[in-house]
Design a protein around this ligand. Structure first.
Ligand code: ATP
Length: 357
């Protein structure tokens, strides 16, 4: 049984914005699940609707075997961390953490015992009597996590939990969050618009656009085989090369190169058909001598990324970017060839990935 089962979940806000459009989703027990997508695609609405902070316009929400679609938030057994943490400024750290237990009318001793334990677990020991205004961003975030976890919820919902932290703290907090989720094994759904964060943390990712899921898969699946051009252009810290091509006799003519159509997709394309070829800059090797099946052109831009650089080749009217290791240093004006790695060129028709029949 899934921990979260959404069927035809729809949310239309007053005014007519369809933030969730008949969405189906199954999140497995103990899974660390990311909702990823551009601003306004409906990620926060999905999380808030599962938490019960928004009412679904249509469809159902099951948590375990219970239909919670019409239950108020307090009876859904979920812990939520908000983007701005939403801590009570006038309360101490300990009282903030203990708050969900107060709502559940637990006795004072039990409340404080459990809150102190959660504080200790989240490395907040010694800070229990401070108020949120006297804490760093990272500490405030851990208080919000402790408060969400103190009542041992069945589901943990995190809305952009790392977005208020600076770049370095963010990396630390990311590792911390991953370890915490592994240790507790609690089913967790987190919202992010940062694809690197989703790829690094999640067991599976749903990439959303306009209230729908455009692809659902592991980080490796969505990175290696984006199901459509929307996901292909959204995922990846360097954008995927997307080049127009034409099928001809078992090959694709694209950006001056002739590439074989992958064997398993040969039966799915027709001669003369227009396609889009997608290949990630990371899956191209740079060569300074001509190579078969390579995109040949002239280096126009070199951007240093640290241990590698992103090199742009002008190939006729097309541009092809390649991630080049530090052992090579092409310069603008040099001739160069970008050699696709076997099996790494994807073909798209009408915006959708062509897969073998
Ligand atoms: P972001 O990454 O910017 O937080 P999001 O993916 O979380 O975006 P939502 O906040 O879920 O997106 O919003 C989805 C759509 O619903 C947007 O078009 C937004 O303008 C609209 N929306 C959100 N909340 C409301 C509301 N209370 N009333 C009306 N429309 C809303």
């Amino acid at each position: 049984m899934s921990a979260i089962t959404l069927r035809a979940l729809t949310k239309v806000y007053p005014g007519g914005v369809r933030a969730l459009d008949a969405l189906d989703l199954d999140v497995a027990d103990g899974e660390f699940f990311a909702l990823l997508g551009p601003s306004g695609c409906g990620k926060t609405t999905l999380l808030r609707t599962v938490a019960g902070l928004e009412t679904a316009t249509g469809g159902t929400i099951r948590l375990g075997d219970a239909d919670v679609t019409r239950l108020p938030p307090g009876r859904r057994d979920v812990g939520m961390v908000f983007q701005d943490y939403a801590l009570f400024p006038h309360m101490t750290v300990l009282d903030n953490i203990a708050y969900p237990l107060r709502i559940k009318k637990e006795g004072r001793a039990r409340r404080h015992g459990a809150a102190a334990e959660a504080a200790e677990y989240l490395s907040l020991a010694g800070l229990e009597q401070r108020r949120p205004g006297e804490l760093s961003g990272g500490q405030q975030q851990r208080v919000a996590l402790a408060r969400a976890l103190v009542a041992h919820p069945r589901i943990f919902l995190l809305d952009e939990p790392l977005s208020n932290l600076d770049a370095r703290l963010r990396l630390e907090a990311r590792t911390f969050l991953k370890r915490l989720q592994r240790e507790l094994g609690v089913t967790t759904v987190f919202v992010t618009h940062d694809q690197a964060e989703a790829l690094a943390l999640a067991d599976r990712i749903a990439v959303m656009e306009a209230g729908r899921i455009r692809q659902l898969g592991t980080p490796v699946e969505v990175f290696r085989r984006p199901a459509n051009l929307f996901v292909a252009s959204f995922i990846g810290s360097t954008p995927m090369n997307l080049l127009p091509g034409r099928v001809c006799g078992g090959s694709v003519a694209v950006a001056g190169a002739v590439l074989p159509v992958p064997a398993e997709e040969r039966g799915s394309v027709e001669d003369g058909e227009s396609v889009v070829c997608g290949v990630r800059p990371e899956y191209l090797d740079f060569s300074d001598v001509p190579a078969d099946g390579a995109f040949g052109g002239r280096v126009s831009v070199v951007e240093h990324l640290g241990a590698s650089s992103l090199v742009t080749l002008d190939v006729g009217d097309d541009r092809v970017s390649v991630v080049v290791g530090e052992d090579r240093e092409p310069r603008p004006g040099d001739e160069g060839w970008a050699v696709p790695r076997p099996g790494r060129v994807l073909l798209y028709r009408d915006g959708e990935l062509i897969t073998g029949a």
